[in-house]
Design a protein around this ligand. Structure first.
Ligand code: PRP
Ligand code: ORO
Length: 181
C-alpha cells in the first residue's frame, strides 16, 4: 500500500499541478500517447519545489536506508536533493554501461550489501523501477523500498509488491493542470 505525509490543504498537490503539468501529446517508451503529462524536469528545475519534494520524499524513507539509488535521468536530481537532506549517499544508475571511461552502469556510492531505497519521479507500469531493483539486487544490494513523486495508479504498485518492494508515492491520480488554484 502507498503511504504519504499529511497534506490537509492539498497544497503540495496544487503546487505540483501548477508547476509540472504539461499538455500533451506525450509519447511513452511503449508507444502510449498521453493527452497531458507530468514533466519531472519542471519539478527538478524549480528550486523551491525541488526542496519541498525532497523533504517529503526524505520523510518516507525507512530508517534502515543506507544508500539512495537514482535511475537516469529525472531521478538523479531528486535523489541528490534528498541526499543533501539525509546525508545518504547516492548510486546513479545508467540505462546502459558507459561505453568508455568508467565503463560502469552504476556510478557513485557502492550499493553492495547495503539497504538501498530507489528514488524515481513517476510510477506507471513499474517496469522501470523493477529493472532498477533487479540491477541493484544483481550486484548484491538489499532493495525493499522505492519512493516516487507520482503514482499513476496503474499496475506499478502490484508489480513491485510481487517483487518484495514497497513503493511510497507523494501523490496519485487524478491530478490535472486545471486543479491548480
Ligand atoms: O513505471 P513505468 O511504466 O516503467 O514508467 C515510469 C518511468 O518512465 C519514466 O522514465 P523515462 O525512461 O521516460 O526516463 P527519464 O525521462 O527520467 O529519462 C519515468 O522517469 C519512470 O522511470
Ligand atoms: O505519466 C506521466 O505523466 C509521465 C510518464 C513518464 O514516463 N514520463 C513523464 O515525464 N511523465
Amino acid at each position: 500500500m502507498s503511504t504519504r505525509p499529511p497534506d490537509p490543504q492539498g497544497s503540495y498537490r496544487a503546487r505540483l499541478a501548477q508547476a509540472a503539468y504539461r499538455p500533451g501529446p506525450y509519447q511513452l517508451s511503449d508507444g502510449t500517447v498521453l493527452p497531458h503529462y507530468f514533466d519531472p524536469f519542471l519539478l527538478t528545475s524549480d528550486p523551491q519545489l525541488l526542496r519541498l519534494t525532497a523533504n517529503r520524499m526524505a520523510a518516507l524513507l525507512p530508517s534502515d536506508t543506507q544508500v539512495l539509488a537514482a535511475p537516469v535521468l529525472a531521478a538523479v536530481a531528486l535523489a541528490t536533493a534528498v541526499s543533501t537532506l539525509t546525508d545518504l549517499p547516492v548510486s546513479y544508475i545508467r540505462s546502459q554501461p558507459k561505453a568508455y571511461g568508467s565503463r560502469r552502469q552504476l556510478e557513485g556510492a557502492d550499493p553492495v550489501g547495503r539497504y538501498v531505497a530507489i528514488i524515481d519521479d513517476t510510477l506507471r507500469s513499474g517496469r522501470s523501477l523493477l529493472h532498477t531493483a533487479q540491477l541493484l539486487r544483481g550486484v548484491g544490494a538489499q532493495v525493499h523500498t522505492a519512493v516516487c513523486v507520482l503514482d499513476r495508479g496503474l499496475d506499478g504498485l502490484r508489480l513491485l509488491a510481487a517483487a518484495g518492494i514497497t513503493v511510497h508515492a507523494l501523490i496519485d491520480e487524478p491530478i490535472l493542470p486545471q486543479q491548480a488554484p
